[in-house]
Write a protein that binds this ligand. Structure first.
Ligand code: HEM
Length: 628
């Protein structure tokens, strides 16, 4: 349950994971891979009820996983609480566009024969309804090497390398059993389609004996991996590597691997009667740890060095369960490990600058010759990497000045370097992270904004504190806020804008007012003039909305890609403006248009500026967990 709660995390967009208790809701509560976890959660209900709001469901899932491991003598690295429950399914998450699930024969997402060499977009599971890979092998094909390929692809997107993947899988399968001692076709509907009277339970069996206990069917695979399934041991690698295996079928018909000529002492106690001995088994995915050369090297290393395996499992489990919680300052409770870990994106604590220092630096920045556009772009580039999904990114740490962010095309590296050089020359003892955000404040004030709040106290991270590879995932493929689209994507440009806004935690009006303001301030990528519907460039005005909704203009796509539109004056026929989909959607979509109209109305100029400053400040402070 804890593993499947955390295992939906994907690095691509930071969504999924254990941090909001999503496993309680459809579709996750009904994914075939989460079979019978409804029972596990229900067993925890008395604990949740007893402790009420002292612990969230999301924390309880992970704490229960830790307690289970500890109670069996397994190694645990620590526990950080602080996950807040949500009370409805997260609707902004894309789980794939298939209309069938894995058990209904949905196609596998990596299939070289069909030209599918990697998972699409942010997806991190190989088939719809799975957390990661198919235990029986790709699409049910029991080929351990192909299974290794799928494991590498999916676990990488869960932020796990091969060593962590082997440690996690072997450690997890040192415990428990798989369930397939019966007829899978007798299972009832998943929780979301279950009978009202079942009160949220699914997969109830219509078998005569009730399909419980020894007759339980979950994955359809049957048996334990080791002979000691209720205690931590060295047996997983021993059994995996010492025995040869043959492919067999479980009573439920699933393909699984059984040791050849297994010694009686290596057999497992039957779950229903410890005096009865049954053969152990391996799934095709477990066999990948034996057959794939890269995985095999790690398996042998762990087999020969049990302490290294324990440490690797404990750390990988901790990472798995905390990867989506963001920086360590967000962890609560007495079991938070002291050690800082690189994947926590550590940022040294900052010092709050005095009002005098802030005022002095503001004056220097204003006199530096940096333009409104440069200051606004730089502050936006720095802060807008934040994603509320896994609380990564943001202005704190000034990682915009470090690899890889400083070299991202979306950030216009030459312009960025110039602004950062200037700010570095002026900032004195203030952190660069604060100076960048303060630069944005100065830019807005130069543009006519009043009372732009600034809260200093950010720290600067070093390159050593930055896992550059894992930050690559944060690079925007498109950014409608900056009218940036290096190449046409499969997803519509305006949907990419919505996605970014959602990751920033912005409401529809906040997204709308920000786009309108950023356009007139000159925050577009490069020199693009699209959506710059103003003759007062660099002034914070509502001109974007006025221009967009002006019926004088008729808009037409300039080519088949429909990424660029040209406006002509309806009476003269002369070209007036150019725009992208991320501009025109605010006139075309009825909900966005309703908000755009508010900002274009006479008398709302001040409201526009006020709302823009509020939304801007929200983005600048999105990662200031110390302020909440
Ligand atoms: C490629 C990766 C993995 C595959 C294909 C896989 C597959 C499976 C399957 C098919 C089951 C049996 C479910 C049932 O019928 O009840 C199972 C059970 C289990 N898995 Fe995994 N698993 C993987 C990785 C992991 C990881 C990373 C962990 C934890 C760190 C883990 C922990 C467990 C545990 C504890 C059970 C036993 C549950 C019980 O006793 O009811 N697995 N796994």
């Amino acid at each position: 349950m804890a593993w499947h709660a955390a295992g939906t995390y994907r690095t691509g967009d930071g969504r999924g994971g254990a941090n909001s208790g999503q496993q309680r809701f459809a579709p996750l509560n009904s994914w075939p891979d989460n079979g019978n976890l409804d029972k596990a959660r229900r067993l925890l209900w008395p604990v949740k009820q007893k402790y009420g709001q002292s612990i969230s469901w999301a924390d309880l899932f992970i704490l229960a996983g830790n307690v289970a491991i500890e109670s069996m003598g397994g190694p645990v690295f620590g526990f950080g609480a602080g996950r807040a429950d949500v009370y409805e399914p997260e609707k902004d998450i894309y789980w794939g566009d298939e209309d069938k699930w894995v058990n209904e024969g949905v196609q596998t997402r990596i299939d070289e024969e069909r030209g599918l060499t990697d998972l699409d977009g942010p997806l991190a599971a190989i088939q719809m309804g799975l957390i990661y890979v198919n235990p029986e092998g790709p699409g049910g094909n029991p080929d351990p090497l192909l299974s290794a390929r799928d494991m590498k692809a999916t676990f990488l997107r869960m932020a796990m390398d091969s060593e962590e993947t082997v440690a996690l899988t072997a450690g997890g399968h040192t415990f428990g059993k798989a369930h397939g001692n019966g007829d899978a076709s007798l299972l009832g509907k998943a929780p979301a389609g279950g009978d009202l009277g079942a009160l949220g339970f699914g997969w109830t069996s219509s078998a005569e004996h009730g399909g419980i206990g020894e007759h339980t069917v979950t994955s359809g695979i049957e048996g334990s991996w080791v002979n000691t399934p209720t205690t931590w041991s060295e047996n997983y690698f021993r059994l995996l590597l010492d025995y040869d295996y043959e492919l067999v079928h479980s009573p439920a018909g699933a393909q699984q691997w059984q040791p050849i000529n297994q010694k009686p002492e290596d057999m497992a106690p039957a779950a229903w009667d410890a005096n009865v001995k049954v053969p152990t088994m391996m799934t095709t995915a477990d066999m990948a740890l034996k057959m794939d050369p890269e995985f095999r090297a790690v398996s042998e290393k762990f087999r020969n060095d049990h302490e290294a395996f324990k440490d690797a499992f404990a750390r990988a489990w901790f990472k798995l369960c905390h990867r989506d919680m963001g920086p360590k300052v967000r962890y609560l409770g007495p079991e938070v490990p002291a050690e800082d870990l690189i994947w926590q994106d550590p940022v040294p604590a900052g010092t709050k600058p005095s009002d005098v220092d802030v005022a002095a630096l503001k004056a220097k920045i204003a006199a530096s010759g940096l333009t409104v556009s440069q200051l606004v772009k730089t502050a936006w580039a720095s802060a807008s990497t934040y994603r509320k999904s896994d609380h990564r990114g943001g202005a704190n740490g000034a990682r915009i000045a470090l690899a890889p962010q400083k070299d991202w095309d979306v950030n216009e590296p030459p312009m960025l370097a110039k602004v950062l050089d200037t700010l570095n020359g002026l900032r004195g003892s203030m952190s660069l992270a604060d100076a960048i955000v303060l630069g944005g404040v100065v830019g807005l004030e130069m543009a006519g904004a009043k009372d732009v709040p600034f809260t200093g106290g950010r720290g600067d991270a070093t390159q050593d504190q930055t896992d550059a590879e894992s930050f690559d995932w944060l690079e925007p493929q498109a950014d409608g806020f900056r009218n940036y689209l290096p190449k046409k994507l499969r997803v519509k440009t305006e949907e990419m804008l919505l996605d970014r806004a959602s990751l920033l935690g912005l409401s529809v009006p906040e997204m709308t007012v920000l786009v309108g303001g950023l356009r007139v301030l000159g925050a577009n990528h490069g020199e693009r003039g699209h959506g710059h519907f103003t003759k007062r460039s660099g002034q914070l005005t509502n001109d974007f909305f006025v221009g967009l909704l002006d019926m004088t203009n008729a808009w037409k796509a300039s080519d088949e890609s429909q990424e660029e539109y040209v406006a002509t004056d309806r009476s003269t026929g002369g070209e007036s403006w150019r725009a992208t989909r991320a501009d025109l959607v605010f006139g075309s979509n009825s909900e966005l248009r309703a908000v755009a109209e508010v900002y274009a109305e006479n008398g709302h100029e001040e409201k526009f500026a006020r709302d823009f400053v509020a939304a801007w400040t929200k983005v600048m402070n999105a990662d200031r967990f110390d302020l909440v």
